[in-house]
Design a protein around this ligand. Structure first.
Ligand code: G6P
Length: 363
């Protein structure tokens, strides 16, 4: 096992550090530089959907939420993101025009499979987005897109989510082009910048880990955390909270920053820290004002933020600014590394957390 871990203490850490390579592998053969088009031959016979339903569980569900923001923006397709265990038992309204995108690393999650099967009964077209070749989701879908994350050993999913985000990004570009809703300059930037992403991330990862380690020492005695984000960073706030609770057993809630005033703010005190995503985007000032509310109540704040932003928090975590939605890839690595360092510092069984399974094949 030590050899398989490639010198890393845990598979989770190895898998976080593999993410630059995963992005490269997911992009291989997918972009035609002549016309900057995305190559998804798996979907050749499929027109851009009128409506898309994304179906998933756990971390894959968070990837799907992120994909919604991008597909709606670039391809102007209305997207609903569904927790598979809810979807499968709902009084569904679907028909042959609907397309369902089932996202599953393992391709074996019982609820996701059951949701797909129900959607099929209505004649909907199913696209599977899976990591495991030949898995049940892959076999039962009408079209399959494979992520190229390689085997993910650690129970807590890291690189698989990264690979799902890459494929969702490509899908948003692909449908955006089909529908002529994605401006050429945005498309060109989208291509150019994602191709540069692996090198940027690879260079940054060691520094991110150092900061994650420092912060883990300051915050690992906390019993509860709130994660906040808006827009693209909202699904990441949910994922950051999920990672922390999965492996460190510290309670954490992810919230849309704007929802904080509707309840969670009552919890804020010096013992209840907030992990905020306060990146340089059009919602930064809104997030900033939410964080001022936290500070006014004595709450300590870790904030992922960008250089030059005017933000006064307890512990800023300044990361390089990337292009558009690509900021999420850097932020995701930070959230993963923070959870990892806290769990490891607390001596938890990082790769095999109690009560969890890698693939949940029972309801
Ligand atoms: C389990 C795993 C999670 C994963 C979820 C969905 O709960 O512990 O890490 O996100 O299943 O798995 P899937 O294979 O469908 O992506």
């Amino acid at each position: 096992q030590a050899a398989q871990k490639g010198g890393y203490k845990h598979f989770m850490l190895k898998e976080i550090f593999e993410q630059p390579k995963v992005i490269t592998d997911c992009l291989a053969g997918r972009i035609n530089m002549q016309d900057m088009s995305v190559q998804l031959p798996e979907l050749e016979s499929l027109a851009a959907p009128k409506r898309l339903h994304i179906l998933a569980c756990g971390t894959s569900y968070h990837a799907g939420m992120w994909g919604k923001y991008l597909i709606e923006s670039w391809a102007r397709i209305p997207v609903s993101v569904e927790i598979a265990s809810e979807f499968r038992y709902r009084d569904l309204i679907l028909d042959e025009d609907d397309v369902v995108l089932s996202i599953s690393q393992s391709g074996e999650t019982a609820d996701t499979l059951a949701g797909m099967r129900r959607a099929k009964e209505f004649g909907a077209t199913i696209i599977g987005l899976c990591n495991v070749v030949g898995s049940s989701v892959a076999r039962e879908a009408d079209h399959v897109l494979y992520t190229q994350a390689g085997p993910e050993i650690s129970v807590a999913s890291t690189k698989a989510m990264c690979s799902q985000l890459v494929l969702l990004y490509l899908l948003a570009m692909h449908w955006g082009r089909q529908k002529k809703t994605l401006p050429d300059d945005v498309r060109d930037n989208a291509v150019k910048n994602i191709l540069a992403l692996p090198t940027v991330l690879e260079t940054e990862l060691p520094r991110l880990r150092t900061r994650a380690t420092e912060l883990s020492r300051l915050y690992s005695a906390s019993h509860s955390f709130m994660y906040l984000g808006r827009g693209f960073q909202f699904p990441l706030a949910l994922e950051g909270a999920l990672k922390l609770k999965e492996i460190s057993y510290i309670h954490a809630e992810g919230y849309a920053s704007g929802e904080m005033k509707h309840g969670p703010i009552a919890l804020i005190d010096p013992e209840f820290p907030t992990f905020a995503l306060a990146l340089h985007d059009e919602l930064f000032l809104k997030v900033k004002s939410n964080l001022e509310e936290v500070q006014a109540r004595g709450g300590r704040i870790i904030a992922l933020t960008h250089p030059g932003l005017d933000l006064n928090v307890t512990d800023p975590w300044i990361i390089p600014e990337l292009w558009g939605p690509l900021d999420s890839f850097m932020a995701l690595s930070c959230l993963q590394l923070f959870a990892y360092e806290v769990a490891d510092y607390l001596g938890k069984d990082v790769d095999q957390p109690r009560n969890l399974a890698k693939s949940v094949t029972v309801e």
